[in-house]
Write a protein that binds this ligand. Structure first.
Ligand code: LRH
Ligand code: MN
Length: 386
């Protein structure tokens, strides 16, 4: 049992977001923190620290233009020198005045062309970095009834997705992310998993859905969406974070560790944890008030712990209880695993991997946090370009 669990955990890979290391906040305030990276190179260096102490975070997703550089191939070599790789490329068609009334769905064809050109530029970046995943999140929507034609905006969206999908190389995928609301507050053009799924079905096999765990209406059963998309072969990725209210982008597992366990149980019971499943397990978070690198390390550990608990579920006992309609028995099997402290097993696993059993302590002892405060005292810290 323990051997099987450790083998599965060794396979786990989590991708961290470059923007989690920059300054971030809300519309009320973006708080500055000392030692924050100033360049994509420094963001990648910080991400490499997370991989160094956890051993399971070897890729970093970029956001364009927040991570724009002159030479993306050189940036990929810089990442490799630090023991990590550039992962998903995120397009940004939301932080530009031209996108006030939408990007690919904008009534103005000139602005739609500008947005599509950016999506195609991001595929060029993927060619340079060797990335396979293009992640598309559209802030597009409306704020007032009558502001625009809901059906026609879907036509415009479909047209832009067609052009982008056609540009992809054979080893590249399009990951379509949905979000219930914000920044639009009446309609959002990709508001839910069904809309994303329908567009992906129409596009083709290499169009997959991204589940951002902060993008649902309160009370949504996210593990149902996971199970459904897994069964349909269209679950491409997660944007892990957690929330108490809306898209709070807090550390995954912080607000609702039981939900994260239920989600990872759907993954594990569909044997979709290993890399061959093609699911990209990414973090999408902002550490507005807490230190960023420790926040990322804690988040990776939260996913690892939820996964270890999910792997502990006695699937034979569960199947038996489910097949005999033993409701309480079945629930008890799952809760037994959830209530099991997996931290000793994970410390053991890290020691076997030559890692410090306590990654947070290992990072604190490294002196990296103190070093970057001194090294990065001058210059413009990176942050939400908002
Ligand atoms: C939108 C989102 C999307 C990213 C952005 C940083 O809320 O989840 O995934 O582009 O956050
Ligand atoms: Mn997201």
């Amino acid at each position: 049992m323990t051997r099987r669990i450790k083998d599965a955990l060794r396979e786990q890979r989590i991708e961290v977001p470059s923007w989690a290391y920059g300054n971030s906040g809300t519309r009320f305030k973006v708080f500055g923190q000392p030692g924050v990276p100033r360049t994509p190179e420094e963001k990648i260096a910080d991400a490499a620290q997370v991989h160094a102490v956890t051993g399971i975070a070897p890729t970093v997703s970029l956001h364009i233009p927040w991570d724009r550089v002159d030479d993306y191939a050189q940036l990929a070599r810089h990442a490799a020198d630090l023991g990590v790789r550039i992962g998903t490329i995120n397009a940004n068609v939301f932080s530009d005045d031209d996108y006030r009334l939408g990007s690919v769905t904008n009534p103005d064809p000139r602005i739609r062309r500008k947005a599509v050109a950016h999506l195609l530029d991001c595929v060029d970046v993927m060619d340079a970095t060797g990335s396979t995943d293009l992640k598309l999140w559209f802030a597009d929507g409306t704020n007032y009834p009558g502001q625009d034609n809901i059906r026609v905006r879907q036509d415009r969206l479909a047209e832009a997705l067609d052009v982008t999908y056609a540009r992809l190389g054979e080893h590249q995928r399009l990951l379509l992310e949905y979000k219930l609301f914000e920044p639009a507050f009446y309609t959002t053009d990709v508001p839910d998993w069904g809309t994303a799924y329908a567009h992906c079905l129409r596009l083709g096999e290499r169009a997959q859905v991204v589940i951002d765990t902060g993008h649902h209406a309160p009370g949504t059963n996210i593990e149902f969406i996971v199970a459904f998309l897994l069964r349909a072969g269209r679950l491409g990725a997660f944007d892990f974070n957690s929330r108490f209210y809306a898209d709070d982008d807090l550390m995954v597992g912080a607000a609702d560790p039981f939900q994260l366990f239920r989600i990872m149980f759907e993954i594990v019971s569909a044997d979709a944890l290993q890399q061959a499943s093609g699911i990209n397990f990414m973090l999408d978070q902002c550490h507005n008030i807490e230190p960023k690198i420790p926040g990322q390390i804690r988040s990776v550990l939260n996913v690892q712990e939820a996964t270890a608990k999910a792997l502990l579920v006695d699937t034979a006992a569960l199947a038996a209880a489910q097949s005999t309609g033993d409701v309480l028995g079945a629930n008890a099997v799952l809760m037994d695993a959830y209530h099991t402290d997996v931290r000793p097993l994970l410390r053991e696993l890290r020691a076997e991997q030559g890692l410090d059993p306590d990654p947070m302590a290992a990072y604190a002892r490294s002196g990296y946090a103190e070093r970057i405060v001194v090294e990065r005292a001058d210059g413009q810290p990176a942050g939400w370009g908002a």
